[in-house]
Design a protein around this ligand. Structure first.
Ligand code: PLP
Length: 409
């Protein structure tokens, strides 16, 4: 009889969002008169429609596909040159980072890339992640057999190094002890879920650490478009030496509304070599060629337009809209006396539950008393216990309404 992959069986259920959903539906059943009042600030998905220039590019590309002369079949595995060249120029050269188009790998999004990237590292590579963390980094390593077992009591996996991100360290992790012998470090800034950012000297310290100790940093920059502070780095390649120790992952989801359209990319520089001189860029190209047949032409054309003058202006307005929601939530909760973090260079507001409440107690209180829904911080890792995540991706009315209700608590 066949057997399932035992690594997958180690995974606990993904309880966070299903528990949130079942608590909401139970509440609505018991309080049907309040069901229409619920304000959802738990969503990690954008809500504004695609910008006009992007829609026009999609339509234009569809028309090309409808004619024999301009029809396109399989896209190049690594992405169309027009998009890779635009990315290299606008996302990197413009920031003084030397990345060539053939180091850019276009994909269907940052989730798949951040889950798949571990495949090109050795099976015994030790992984370090932040706590709290976007769950994809750990779960993909569990599936690959790189972790031990999950401990329900602590909420931690064995054979994984956790880097607590707490109020004390400004929600920025400290460098692991060299004895931990880490091979793969996942960092995400601006951060989901805490909304924390990293400044250039601190990011440089990570790059120096990785180069010194032979580790690789997987840098998830899905939220770089939310950075307003000109002193903050948008790319890890703004740091000296990052080409020999870093992989960067980007997404068109949060800056241009592509969560349903799907587009992202990963940068693996030629200079990233393992202990035996193996080019990780070539391995990732090999992997892409075997397991991926390219992002759709139509979508890559739409992605190209994000960098045009009109596209940048339109998507910039959408980001500014979400950022204003974040400001409303952040300042409103601060006025209400909450300890609040993030929300300035990120679409996430991370707040401390009052009076030592747990994340889930606070979730229940907000749902029951004011019908506002957020995400319990403990769902992102044990160091998230006692915290709560609100997102700025809803409507302006929702942001204002949620703040006024929480203030009235
Ligand atoms: C939303 C998000 C992404 C983007 O994922 P896509 O697959 O490109 O939609 C990546 N990383 C983090 C941390 C995110 O929150």
């Amino acid at each position: 009889m066949f057997k399932a992959n035992a690594n997958y069986l180690k995974l606990p259920g993904s309880y966070l969002f299903s528990t949130v959903a079942s608590k909401i539906s139970q509440y609505c059943e018991e309080n049907p008169e309040k069901a229409g009042r619920i304000v959802r600030l738990g969503i990690g998905d954008v809500t504004q429609p695609l910008a006009p220039s992007i829609v026009a590019a999609l339509h234009g590309a569809v028309d090309e596909m409808a004619s024999a002369e301009t029809f396109r079949g399989y896209a190049p595995d690594l992405g169309y040159d027009f998009l890779r060249e635009t990315i290299a120029k606008c996302d990197f050269a413009a920031r003084g980072a030397a990345i060539s188009p053939d180091e850019v790998f276009v994909s269907d999004g940052a989730k798949s890339d951040s889950a798949n990237i571990q495949e090109i590292f050795s099976e015994d590579a030790r992984v370090a992640v932040c706590d709290p963390v976007y769950p994809v980094y750990v779960d993909s390593n569990v599936m690959a057999g790189r972790t031990g077992v999950y401990d329900e009591a602590t909420g931690l996996w064995s054979n994984v190094s956790y880097m607590p991100c707490t109020r004390e360290n400004g929600f920025a992790p400290e460098l692991p002890h060299p004895d931990e012998d880490i091979s793969l470090i996942y960092l995400c800034f601006p951060n989901n879920p805490t909304g924390a950012v990293i400044d250039k000297p601190r990011l440089q310290a990570w790059v120096d650490y990785a180069n010194e100790h032979g580790a690789v940093i997987v840098y998830d920059a899905a939220y770089e478009a939310y950075i307003t502070d000109p002193a903050l780095p948008h790319s890890i390649y703004e740091c000296d030496g990052a080409r020999t120790c870093a992989i960067e992952i980007r997404s068109f989801s949060k800056n241009a509304g592509f969560t349903g359209t799907r587009l992202g990319y990963t940068v693996v520089p030629h200079d990233l070599k393992d202990a035996d001189g193996v080019s990780m860029r070539d391995l990732w190209a090999r992997r892409h060629g075997t397991k991926f047949n390219g992002a759709p032409y139509i979508v890559q054309r739409a992605g190209e337009v994000v960098y045009s003058e009109q596209g940048a202006r339109e998507t910039g307005e959408q980001i500014a809209f979400y950022r204003e929601n974040a400001r409303i939530i952040l300042e409103g909760l601060r006025e209400a006396g909450f300890d609040v973090f993030g929300g300035v260079n990120a679409p996430y507001i991370w707040l401390k539950a009052p009076n030592g409440m747990t994340s889930w107690d606070f979730f229940d209180m907000l749902l029951n008393q004011v019908q506002v829904v957020g995400t319990p911080g403990s769902g992102f890792g044990p160091s998230g216990e006692g915290y709560f995540r609100l997102t700025a991706f809803g409507s302006r009315e929702d942001a204002l309404e949620a703040v006024s209700r929480i203030k009235a608590l």
